[in-house]
Write a protein that binds this ligand. Structure first.
Ligand code: 4NP
Length: 158
């Protein structure tokens, strides 16, 4: 089996999924785990923009640098390219499933299904305050650990 690949998806690709990309890349590197990681949005409102300043700030307090990431929209090719397409909320799952061919829909999952959490979804922080962004990164760190564990187990199993 080759290097696994993961695409994190939210609505805007400026708050939650770039945070997931930055956190997961960092944790994978720390653990010496080789994985291709990217993120995208189901909507294209902010194409080409860096992540939201509030997301960058809470991430940087925890040692993650999001400043070089660039927003993009999910493409048809993503469903072929990536092994795992991981959504932040159920609306993202619905939007992805509308675009994804039936035979590739098994690649789509909810990020918090890998976490040990009372939350099922990473809530959209865009119209929230600082606390909303802190909750997002806490949930993402938890799920990133779970996903890393799951991927390393499946690599071992071959
Ligand atoms: P994200 O948050 O999906 O976590 O990137 C949002 C960003 C922008 C908008 C909504 C959610 N927006 O409506 O522009």
């Amino acid at each position: 089996m080759g290097t696994p690949s993961v695409l994190f998806v939210c609505l805007g690709n400026i708050c939650r999924s770039p945070t997931a990309e930055g956190v997961f890349k960092h944790k994978a590197m720390q653990n010496g785990f080789d994985v291709k990681v990217d993120s995208a949005g189901t909507a294209g409102y902010h194409d080409g923009h860096a992540p939201d300043k509030r997301s960058q700030q809470v991430a940087s307090h925890k040692g993650y640098d999001l400043s070089r990431l660039k927003c993009r929209k999910v493409t048809e090719a993503d469903f072929e390219t990536f092994d795992h397409i991981i959504a932040m909320d159920k609306a993202n799952v619905r939007d992805l499933k509308r675009k994804c061919p039936e035979n590739l829909q098994h690649k789509i999952s909810l990020f918090l299904s890998y976490a040990n959490s009372e939350f099922e979804e990473v809530p959209d922080p865009y119209y929230g305050g600082g606390k909303a962004f802190e909750l997002v990164i806490d949930l993402i760190e938890d799920a990133a650990d779970g996903l890393l564990f799951k991927l390393s187990q499946s690599l071992k199993a071959g």
